[in-house]
Design a protein around this ligand. Structure first.
Ligand code: N01
Length: 557
């Protein structure tokens, strides 16, 4: 394991405890910025990540076709440094995974972050020591660490979901999860490949796999509405304008519902005639990306009838694109468009016109078991050389629960979150003092520009730490009452939309046994206004302890 020599807090060789002001878990977009920001405040910070390099989600998700499916370049990136914006050239509007990873590696070098990151190190245990007012941590290598503050930047889509299908472990061919894709090249040539799952990962990888494989069988449980991504080379004029006006663009991003400088419609779908709507949908379909969802009408995600007009349009497109009517029918979703994560694709529906691709509708023909030689469904047996699990993640809360920190009195997060994923501001949890989450449940996380959101959240955490330090305070945690209020606020906003009506990973419905709760704050930039208000009111909703932390004998050793 590479340990950094030049750091003043270098790991101790005799097994003694290492002490830091802040430990960050995760070296993705969130953790890297937290390190940069908090270290810049003069705090000692150390980052741990199980991966062998920076990137988080972008380090693990290397499956073919993985690329940004958010309003892309030059907006899906860090915004804090104008120099960085000027230095980095994005090749395409929707960068692929290698480009995003290269960017994060550049950032890590550019801001000299690596010296404070320890890779290939999972955090095995995190327990709050009330007497010391510090987190006591233990890594997979048995190193013991203490930190006053623990920042969990563990990722919203990092805890992979392996489906509980009988016989899965008996499959004799190659088997990969898209979220744990190998680093070595994977060849599909001449192989019979099966893909289970048609979320973003499936929809991005299926066209790529189909081009190379001898035969591809797609196992679909729920069909998806997907919009053409229309990836294209960056327009130099857009880049020039962004570089010249970055401060203004950043301000616009921060104030916009999605965290991107993106035109959002304020009109109802019913202000237009059906013909006008059709023409607008067609224009925005051709434009590609999220424009059709957020730039068409303001009530698509709040009004069932408005939603149906767009859902009908996309179902019509599926019918036009896919030549075999029975296959087209199976590909047509019947829930509210946009209420599962909106997919963007590059030739997804077209792939089903290929001779070497078959679609199995698991609602009509469910999987019975996985055999060493393939997949047996109710009606058929599918012989396969390779199985790709595009079955997603235990999203938003999964990675936090796998870490399962223990707070006051040794109570675990798992116990605390057994019935509700309570948090205050999506960032803190009662009974877990000095613990902060980036993109936690109850924050805008996946429905706001994640790099920008991570910057703003880290800045708030930094201000909070400064407040504690300047006021002689040793610990902060929210009150249960503040959590309840926040819970109601998050649910109240969500319940004005159609999102909670659909089974999705936003609601936890994709994980058997997980309780159902819509965990995303949908108010976009209002969230950051709320954070500022709370801070301005002396951290309303929080309680503090004066600084009395004593290093226990064990920690002091
Ligand atoms: O996961 P998903 P994902 N038997 O949960 C199916 C982000 N992302 O990895 O819908 C059969 O969306 C499941 O079926 P159903 C992005 O935010 C970003 O694709 O539950 N099928 C579904 O079809 C995205 O939304 C990028 O009925 C089973 C699929 O597996 C999020 O990550 C790229 C099953 C899972 O879809 C997650 O996407 C990729 C079973 N037992 C992902 N269990 C970017 O480009 C599950 N399924 C940035």
């Amino acid at each position: 394991m590479a340990h950094m020599d030049q750091h003043s807090h270098k790991p101790k060789e005799n097994g003694a405890v290492e002490h830091y002001d802040v430990v960050v878990i995760g070296a993705g977009f969130g953790g890297l910025y937290a390190l940069h920001h908090l270290r810049g405040m003069g705090l000692s910070v150390r980052v741990y990540d199980g991966a062998a390099g920076v990137g988080g989600t972008w380090w693990w998700n290397r499956y073919p076709g993985a690329r940004v499916d958010f309003p892309g370049s030059p907006f899906y990136c860090y915004t804090f440094s104008e120099e960085l914006v000027r230095e980095w050239d994005w090749p395409e509007t929707q960068p692929d995974q290698p480009s995003v990873l290269a960017y994060l590696e550049y950032v890590a070098d550019r801001f000299d972050l690596r010296r404070d990151i320890q890779f290939e190190t999972w955090m095995r245990d995190a327990c709050y020591d009330e007497e010391a007012q510090r987190w006591r941590l233990e890594t997979s290598a048995g190193e013991r660490i203490s930190a006053q503050f623990l920042i969990c930047a563990v990722g919203t889509l990092s805890a992979t979901h392996k489906p509980d299908i009988p016989g899965l472990d008996t499959f004799a061919g190659e088997c990969y999860h898209t979220g744990r894709w190998p680093h070595e090249p994977v060849s599909f040539a001449g192989k019979r490949v099966g893909v289970i799952g048609t979320g973003s990962s499936g929809v991005q990888s299926i066209p790529e796999i189909a081009r190379e494989a001898a035969y591809l069988t797609v196992f679909q449980r729920t069909p998806q509405y997907s919009i053409p991504v229309r990836n294209r080379p960056m327009d130099p004029e857009v880049v020039r304008q962004a570089r010249e006006n970055w401060a203004a663009i950043r301000a616009k991003m921060t104030a916009s519902p999605l965290g991107a400088p993106f035109e959002v419609s304020e009109r109802s779908a019913f202000e237009d005639t059906p013909e006008q709507r059709q023409a607008l949908y067609e224009e925005l379909w051709q434009k590609g990306g999220f424009h059709i969802l957020f730039g068409s009408y303001a009530d698509i995600l709040t009004n069932k009838e408005a939603n149906r007009t767009l859902a009908d349009f996309v179902r019509g497109k599926i019918g036009e694109i896919v030549r075999d009517p029975a296959t087209a029918e199976k590909l047509m979703p019947d829930y509210y468009l946009g209420t599962k994560r909106q997919l963007l694709d590059d030739g997804y529906y077209e792939t089903f016109n290929r001779d070497n691709v078959a679609l199995v509708d698991l609602r009509q023909d469910p999987i019975q078991e996985i055999l060493p030689e393939g997949v047996r469904t109710a009606n058929s047996e599918h012989l396969l050389d390779m199985l790709v699990l595009a079955t997603g993640f235990d999203a938003i809360t999964g990675a936090l629960l796998r870490l399962n920190p223990r707070g006051r009195g040794g109570a675990s997060l798992e116990e605390k979150w057994r019935t509700r994923f309570d948090s205050y501001l999506g960032m803190t949890v009662a009974d877990f003092p000095n613990l902060f989450m980036i993109h936690g449940p109850g924050s805008p996380s996946v429905l706001f520009n994640m790099p920008l959101g991570a910057e703003l959240e880290s800045a708030w955490i930094g201000d909070c730490v400064r407040y504690l330090r300047t006021h002689g305070l040793g610990a902060i945690e929210p009150t249960p009452d503040a959590e309840q209020r926040w819970d109601r606020e998050v649910a109240g906003i969500a319940n004005e939309t159609l999102y909670p009506l659909t089974d999705s990973w936003y609601t936890g419905a994709n994980i058997p046994g997980k309780h159902r709760q819509f965990c995303v704050y949908l108010g976009g930039p209002d969230y950051f206004r709320r954070l500022a208000e709370v801070a301005a009111q002396g951290y309303e909703g929080f309680v503090f302890e004066p600084e009395y932390g004593q290093l226990t004998e064990e920690l002091a050793s």
